[in-house]
Design a binder for this molecule. Sequence first.
Ligand code: FPP
Ligand code: MG
Length: 353
Amino acid sequence: MRYNVGGRKTVNLKTVHPPIKKEFQDKKMGSDRSNLTQFKKHFDIINQELYKVFDSRVPLVEEIGKHTLLGHGKRLRPLMFVLTCELCNYHGKDVYRLSTIFEYIHTASLLHDDVLDNAEIRRNRPSANQVWGNHAAILEGDFLLTKSISIALRTNNLPFMTKLADTTLRMTEGQIQELAHTDDWDISRDLHMEIITAKTAILISAACACGAIISGAEAETGESLEQFGLKAGIAFQLIDDLLDYTSSEEVFGKPVGKDLKEGKITLPLIYTLSQLETAERKRLEDLFLNHRRTDDDYRDIIDLVRRNGALDRIREEARIYVTDAISCLDMFPDSATKRDLTTLSQHIIDRKY
Ligand code: FPP
Ligand code: MG
């Protein structure tokens, strides 16, 4: 399709919106949120704020942005920021606007990630790279990332901005590390944990740490919240890796078995491989690395992982991370907000998508 961008230049874009299949239609924050309905008030304001970003001169920015931000995004990161602000008794009128920083960074990283992975589905809808092509998806990610910087600058709070800069650097390092270990069947658990910490947990941790920073909380409080987010974030990615082997596309919002197809050797497979006889392990590795694999081979590996016990072990590890996360809140007296953060972190291990 030829698309008129801002009335100045005409570019070729991959396609117009394909009709969105029924199963992809917005589940938004509704489904699988039975235990998160208590946060509806927050989600509503966060969503209102998220859409304010689209004051761009260029209509396509809004079109891609709305498509990407819609779908069933969990809004976990902005909610964690809002709740940690509340926990630190910060009630400034900028809380919700600032919370969008974490969803914009997250969404920008997913736009880029989907280009890297050549993904087809994101948040239960065709991914932006599939609809508009890689160039537009990358640029939309740049727009959202820059928007987050511009919102953060208005705080005039150097520690807040430093935390964001450090965070996006670590995320990028994690992503590069993951790229460097694509198809690495010898990847260790430790290295894998380092990667998931950087690519996922660091941003969740930053959302919590920034709640303390903007509140002017003591350093010790900030450190506890940062650790809370870090441990909850690691649990989040462990469950993400697990759902990739156990879920269904309709529920998960992206295809299952995607990690394996992308050459990502995640913890379910790392644990399973560690229990195979050397010859069997070598046979599978050769099959995959020689790119002779068929859909049946993928199915076999997924079945192997499902039968192996690795998934129970990972769910248990995630549970321990969440318990540790919750214990980081010990320094705070009991309050409704503290209970909200506890509920939210428990949701991480119970979630279906
Ligand atoms: C999804 O993981 C991807 C991430 C959590 C982080 C992506 C980070 C970058 C592209 C670098 C930083 C970029 C910016 C703009 C700050 P996944 O591939 O395991 O999950 P998926 O299955 O949902 O794709
Ligand atoms: Mg990906």
